[in-house]
Ligand binder design. Sequence first.
Ligand SMILES: [Zn+2]
Length: 503
Amino acid sequence: MSYISLYRKWRSQTFDEIVGQPAIVQTLKNAIAANRLAHAYLFSGPRGTGKTSTARILAKALNCEKGPTATPCDKCQNCKKIRDGHSVNVIEIDAASNRGINEIRELRERIRYAPVEGRYKVYIIDEVHMLTSEAFNALLKTLEEPPSYTIFVLATTELQKVPATIISRCQRLDFGRIKLAEIENHLKQMAKAEGFEIDEKAVNLVARNAEGCMRDAISLLDQLVSFSGHKISYDNVVILLGTADEELLFAFGQAIASNDIPKILELIRTGLAEGRSTPQVTRDLVAHFRNLLHLKVGSEEVLELTKDYLERLRRQAQSFSLLQIKNVIAALSRAELDMRWHPHARIVLEIALLELLDGEAAVEITKIETPTVKVVQSVTEKKLPPMPKVETAPESDLLTKIKVSWDKILEKVKKQTIFGYVSLHEGTPQEINVQGKLVITFARGYSFHKERLEEIKNKQVVEQALQEAVGEKILIDCVISDGKKEATVSAAAVADFFEGKVL
Ligand SMILES: [Zn+2]
């Protein structure tokens, strides 16, 4: 047996199965019962909220052998044909691909013939706002003098693009976004009937992600089943969506609240190592701080989150002032925009967060003139064959001393230059080479950090810090490593590389 997608299988077949549009269902049921149907309806509302399904059910209600009835049987020939899309009485036109005058003229020709089977011909014109103005005019004439056996259902996601002359000839029904709890309940019902196990948090995340669109929620559930089988966990959803999970977001919040720069850098690294993209993590962070903002101003009811989640947000919101939250949102939103043209998204995110936390960074950033030029260089560099390995000397006492004091050195650098610190943080003290220089290696994909550390000012700060830590003057030499460290961070490096290509 071939696989039927959950969306097709679970498409509403009766008015009572339509989720989240009670007022519309009631209006249509009443009209059918009282035989007071309009000749044309305009269904407006976001995608995936049930417009086309409702139109088909209306067609069934009118043509059911037991009808017209508000409760079509879904078993007779007429109902079945409509359900399977074979009825000659239900004509669906996708205006997105049939925009022109000819299609509407053809429709006007066909409309003159009375239905062969059933009572009504139902014309469903989807995305009606896409019609050309000529086509709209032709449609308008049809709407002015429709045969008694026709019902028009015009559906649109963009009401403002439908001419007022058309709107005024239709009864308008506005489909709202479906509430979170309704999507959740529907998903749970489906899972139960289909024999899937899905935990509460996973259902919540799927439903939230759908943003009021049932179709998206169901197709995501479908993907989850293919991805993780019949047992679906919260982690499966996080992985499939590539979104930042709850723990990561709260950890970021905590690190930002306590000005913990190393922690933030670590979180960015681990967050990306798990295969998420920088723009996605940034968007998730913006959403997280938006949640905190709502908690702060007391409008959390709009968030539609679980009680536990709200409680957790409430606690975190206490660590911030309203102004701080606004600043974080502003900085991250800016970063999200900047990433669109910047080939190295990760550094944009790092800078945005560091700039936010450290006043000094704000001064520093003005000194970096043309980051794009450097990025071009670093991308070119990635295409070159690996750098030859630097001559290795046996590990010296000096190197051991440096390694032991590495954290102290990082701290000293941090006080002088935040960018020097960020760059050095990604490097590893590798060896003392034959010229007596300290070789600091960077994994492939971190050439941006390497280049930044090579900037004269940053280099001097590091060399100064080294001198203070070990008591002698040591110069540094930055290289991209050709193996060892790469293996441990390759996921992040690869992600960075592709991000550089895509963005
Ligand atoms: Zn029927």
